[in-house]
Design a binder for this molecule. Sequence first.
Ligand code: ADP
Ligand code: GLC
Length: 468
Amino acid sequence: MRILQATSEFFPYSKTGGLADMVAGLSGALVEAGQEVTVVSPLYQGIRSRLPGLEAFGPEILLPLGSRDFSGQWWKSTESNGLVLLFLEQEHFYGRNGIYMEDGDGYWDNPERFMFFSKAVAQLAGDYDVVHVHDWQTAFVPMLLKAFGDRNDIPRTVLTIHNLAYQGQCEGARFEISNLPPEQFHQEGPEFWGSLNFLKAGLHFSDAITTVSPRYAAEILTPEFGEGMEGVLQSRASVLRGILNGVDYDEWNTDNNPHLAASYGPGNLSGKRECKRALQEQVGLPLKDVPLFGMVSRLAEQKGTDILIKALSAILGDTDMQFVGLGSGDLRLADELSKLQRAHPEQFVFFDGYSNPMAHQIEAGADYFVMPSRFEPCGLNQLYSLRYGTIPIVNGVGGLKDTVQDLTQPDPTGIVLEHLTVVELSNSLLDACAIFGTQRQLDMVEAAFRQNFGWDASCSKYMDIYQL
Ligand code: ADP
Ligand code: GLC
């Protein structure tokens, strides 16, 4: 099959979260399974210098957004495994300091930036059997294809929802940038209570819809998790499926990992102790053998960081524990985390920023990894934690619930909260401290190592959907 993956993030060239990892992992697995795969994404600042061999692909393109035309150029690179990457150059739209935002504020013209990208993708689509689009940024592609394309020539379209909280919603008047006839701004399409909603266009027009865990697929049919889209999703439930994300275990492994101070694995935890010591040294925490908790996260309402701050404030002073956090995003949350560090400098450190090496070092050096998400479509960090022998402490929602076995289950791999409250989270952190250094903890670490969330199984589920 010739498969086109359209995404606004692709690891290692652009990333703000798990979307980048997921598309890279799935694409690699599809290539390994013998498929012809092309990934398209915008040419953001800095990508060209990492890929000096980029070659122009096709002639310059010119596409309208309402009454204005914008030009663009595709650039091609082929990875050593045969995966083809196409990057869309449009300096004004993509040559910026951020991918979606700067200084905490989203770009005002994100609808234009990603409509332009979606139109360019739709132009390419005829050469493929399947076009797989991801999140709101590319969700308009199926509608553009069906509205403009020759109906015999339309590839199968699949939309994956990585996060329903982001829908690309803006004022209805901006439907003009689609250059579709005004009557197509309709309830059975991108119109949502008068607004223009990119994701909703995809929910109506794609042939199949997937999301990134079975539990999240069920949750989003309810008002609690549906973010206003539960009605539309219910109407398309027959084509909706939850497929768990895989992990790229070549990237996330504890053996000869260039980011880590030492190698370790099942039955050999001495390297993990070295990684812990190296992390303590690096962040300036006392070199004590106390429970060390880690967090690596976008700072956003979704991640429950506000609840975590309250839980830590309640217990830090009276508990022999340490915490290392890395995150960026919401400025108010970053500020509160910095305050916590000033209050407990011997126990708590927070780094405001984005660093892939440090994400690996925290995953490896910590004893426990905390993810108190309000909702979590899949979550990758808990999967990385399991592979790193670091016990995840998670809220029991979405992919977190699907992948972590609580202390109360046979063969536990983590601690799973039933309700996300300050009290329940504080108690879970204290439970983790209580089992620290016991056989129980060691058994959990070994059980965590045994989990396998590689791409094989999930890749073949996507292939089934592509072939339907
Ligand atoms: P989400 O996509 O909702 O942010 P996931 O758990 O699926 O959550 O994926 C998050 C990914 O982004 C992980 O690979 C994680 O290591 C990475 N990440 C998030 N924040 C940072 C950061 N500040 N520095 C480095 N990596 C980060
Ligand atoms: C989203 C979700 C996260 C998921 C990731 C990759 O950002 O928040 O749960 O793991 O996409 O699918």
